[in-house]
Design a protein around this ligand. Sequence first.
Ligand code: GLU
Length: 391
Amino acid sequence: MTRPLASLGNYRRIVIKIGSALLVDRGAGLKTEWLEAICDDIAALRARGVEVLVVSSGAIALGRTVLGLPAGALKLEESQAAAAVGQIALARHWSESLSRSSIVAGQILLTLGDTEERRRYLNARATISQLLKLGAVPIINENDTVATTEIRYGDNDRLAARVATMTGADLLILLSDIDGLYTAPPHLDPAAEFLPVIAEITPEIEAMAGGAASELSRGGMRTKIDAGKIATSAGCAMIITSGKPLNPLKGIDDGARHSWFAPSATPVTARKTWIAGQLQPAGILTVDAGAETALRAGKSLLPAGVRDVSGQFLRGDTISVVGLEGREIARGLAGYDADEARRIAGHKSREIEALLGYAGRSAMIHRDDLVMTETAAKRGDAKTKKDEAHA
Ligand code: GLU
């Protein structure tokens, strides 16, 4: 397994995700001292030649403080309004604090579509790399004022992981209110053990994540592990550490407690990373056992092995491939529109011309457009003790 690098200065490009609770105090507003300290950390990293991107939460928390909205859950339009007020203030604070070290900040607001639709993804990526080339620090958040429930990330953990894979970062740091991953939630279970290094995100590791989230931060450990899966499968390492002390990045190098997730030794290509990381596949193909075996052997998915087609997708959309019992095996780009896929499902490739009236491609999903999404451990399907304990 790869080992953690000796210091953050050894990484080339780092994405730092900052949770709302670290930046915003519900009574006093923005925590200026904390922000200025992390900007000093960022300046120190840049002086060592590391490129830094920040995914900063806090727009909604800051906006609701400025607007004096009551505690408790907000309605969608209230959180959108809070984000509009909060984001402008958040960006100003970042820009001013970084300028103390003569660093220029650039604001990027993303929605799900910007990372999930290939063309928009390429656009967003180009803008971010141009900012880095010009020496600016991108300050990224979800565009909460326009994102509605169906089309939003909702948590910045997974957004930060998508930014990390999109920009080819080699490290993602999630600054949180907890200092890393434990075998069980430490506030509930005194026997919980801390895990300093996670070689692979197995179902057992996923089961340790629990579900906690607070009013200020959307993501609990669950979304952090999801973020880890997105990042590590693309060859990007991940660190979870507490952001509560001042200068938490310097803290990592000084030995502060943190969990380090190893990057996959065989990262999939950028194109396949993009396919696997899609959050909302447009449809589902259910395949038989023979097709499952063929896919695992690296073959294309042929119409003959497809038992059922659900969803309305177009050729080129990302779709999910599931086994007969409904477990996802792979994802890929559809070779056919959904209605054509329904007509040829279960048929031999040589019958396609007679069925559709033209000689289409022989594969429902070509192997180059297909990526396996199950882990080796999942394939065994055996429930672990921890799965049961957390069920
Ligand atoms: N985008 C949200 C905000 O800036 C935060 C989401 C999260 O807490 O992960 O307020």
